[in-house]
Design a protein around this ligand. Structure first.
Ligand code: GLN
Length: 561
């Protein structure tokens, strides 16, 4: 093997939520722009084997990969920054590592040995990282270890780093993402002591950070850099300033201001090109210059948790809206609308519905269960009847089909069997094969997950949109590939009936059985489209998703009335 893989480990100090994911993604972006092949691995220290069974209000969005892996939202950040598709080998949790070791033990793969936690768990971690590196043919693997140094949860992962270091001492760098709290009037006095303690915790597990990324509300000055350097045994130039940013895509450029790319190449004995982030800089220029806003309302149900968590639950949707808006030189303004305010049981629901007309576009994202459904259906009806651009994602598509069945096709109690098992018009239902799976095992893994091909119908909004973006791929077979995460489907028995009433199914599974996109013709509505899949998992900063682009385009041109 000619290629020698280099490893960059990213760990967090002081507290959680300081942006290790964005830092790791940005490091990846910087190195990729130097002409190197970069991949990423995320380690989550929880026992869940994947993120599929977690409530988004607990842990933020569940991100889905092409191969159906349900994982942490950081994987979305890696894909967006690196513009690279990852798979299940790029993700592990404490649960998944133990599961592999236990399976091997049951398979007699340890030759009758006594399988102790150390070294076998860290060795399994190393083997998973090496497998990902090999699979992605990467020059550099960035491995982000979740949690904060000094806690029990990630200790075995840090032990894996220590063990790996024995064999690849000069091919590895350890980065600590730390936080400097601000004291004093106006919060200008940045304190370095917590960072010093964090480095001590790293030292206690036999490791020494090579670089400290210092997160703070403002850029850190030379004095602070020198202080961290002196107390934490790094050079002042190895302390990288990471101030708060209004846009996460600014972070790679900020890191390069402190020469992080050059420092890493030097530490890893790698040759790379000169900086080459022109395209990214051009994109950021657009972000900074966008002054005309496009106002999008997202109708959802996670509202008792505060706006911060809300944006965490829908991060890919928000990022996709941003990518499309920036590409069209618009400043995205996103507002959260509680679905329950549109429920006909609510006294002021009519006035609330009227307020939708002030938006340039309305989006309903994926969801599960019955809460907020009545309100969402009313909101969709209002968008349809008042020419407000509407984009529905997964549940947002299913509910649009239900609304159409009820109010246009005259099926008064049309519903999804997810909410109403006894409806006389189950326009959204579980297909027999899925039902069987649910009876066999009643947990997360029963969904249709990951990438499936879909065939576009010519002459539709969807076909036009994809054609503009991916002309070549489409010219042969009209096939696209999109990621899924759902159990229910448009009931095949209703397809014809709905089509006769004017609803267009503009994409389906190649065998024509599963409906993938529903839309209204251009002549009847400026933009009314729903996808059974999740296009938000495939949008990238420099390659916005065609359907988001089309949605924002219509939102910027057709003012509702
Ligand atoms: N609850 C719906 C289903 O399971 C939609 C899922 C989603 O929006 N991701 O089919």
């Amino acid at each position: 093997m000619a290629r020698k893989t280099k490893y960059i480990f990213v760990v967090g100090g002081v507290m959680s939520g300081v942006g290790k994911g964005v830092a790791s993604s940005s490091i990846g972006k910087i190195l990729e722009s130097r002409g190197l092949s970069v991949t990423a691995v995320k380690i989550d220290p929880y026992v869940n084997v994947d993120a599929g069974t977690m409530n988004p209000t607990e842990h933020g969005e569940v991100f889905v990969l092409d191969d159906g892996m349900e994982c942490d939202q950081d994987m979305g950040n890696y894909e967006r920054f690196l513009d690279r598709d990852l798979d299940r080998q790029n993700y592990m949790t404490t649960g998944s590592v133990y599961l592999s070791v236990i399976r091997k033990e049951r398979n007699l793969e340890y030759d009758g040995k006594f399988v102790s936690v150390v070294p076998y768990i860290p060795l399994e971690v190393i083997s998973k990282i090496e497998t990902a590196a090999e699979k992605d043919k990467a020059d550099i693997v960035i491995v982000e270890i979740g949690g904060t140094v000094g806690e029990y949860e990630n200790i075995l992962f840090l032990e894996a780093v220590r063990m790996l270091k024995i064999k690849c001492k000069d091919d590895m760098a350890l980065i600590l993402v730390s936080f400097l709290p601000a004291l004093g009037v106006g919060g200008t006095e940045l304190k370095t002591k917590p960072t010093q303690h964090a480095v001590r915790s790293v030292n206690a597990v036999g490791l020494q950070p090579d670089i400290v990324i210092a997160r703070a509300s403002v850029p850190i000055d030379e004095k602070r850099k020198e202080k961290i350097a002196f107390h934490c045994s790094v050079r002042p130039e190895d302390v990288i300033s990471a101030p708060d940013v209004s846009n996460i895509y600014e972070v790679p450029l900020n890191f390069e201001k402190d020469n992080l790319g050059d420092i890493l190449l030097q530490k890893l004995n790698l040759e790379g090109k000169r900086r080459g982030m022109e395209e990214w800089e051009k994109f950021m220029q657009k972000v900074r210059e966008a002054s005309i806003s496009v106002r999008i309302g997202i109708v959802g149900k996670y509202f008792d948790t505060g706006n911060f968590l809300l944006s965490d639950s829908y991060i890919s949707v928000i990022e996709s809206l941003k990518h499309a808006a920036y590409a069209l030189n618009r400043k995205p303004v996103i507002e959260w609308l509680n679905a329950e305010q549109f429920d006909p049981d609510k006294k002021e629901f009519k006035e609330n519905l009227k307020s939708l007309e002030s938006f340039d576009g309305i989006l309903i994202p994926g969801g599960f269960g019955s809460r907020g459904v009545a309100g969402k259906i009313e909101a969709i009806r209002h968008c349809r009847e008042h020419n407000i651009p509407y984009l529905g994602l997964c549940y947002g598509m299913q509910l649009a089909v239900i609304e159409y069945a009820r109010n246009v096709a005259g099926m008064k109690d049309a519903h999804t069997t997810e909410v109403d098992k006894k409806t006389s018009h189950p326009v959204i239902d579980i297909l027999p094969e899925q039902k069987k799976l649910m009876e066999e095992k009643n947990y997360g893994g029963t969904m249709r997950l990951g990438a499936y091909p879909a065939m576009l119908k010519k002459g539709t909004i969807a076909h036009d949109a994809y054609k503009k973006t991916y002309n070549l791929q489409l010219s042969t077979n009209n096939l696209i590939s999109e990621r899924h995460r759902h159990r229910y489907e448009v009931n095949p028995e209703y397809i014809k009936k709905l089509e006769e009433k004017g609803l267009v199914f503009s994409a389906s599974s190649p065998d024509g059985r599963l409906m993938e996109i529903a839309e209204l013709p251009k002549e009847t509505h400026p933009f009314f489209l729903g996808t059974q899949f999740h296009p938000e998992f495939k949008s990238r900063p420099l390659r916005p998703h065609p359907l988001f682009l089309e949605f924002i385009k219509s939102a910027t041109t057709s003012k509702s009335g």
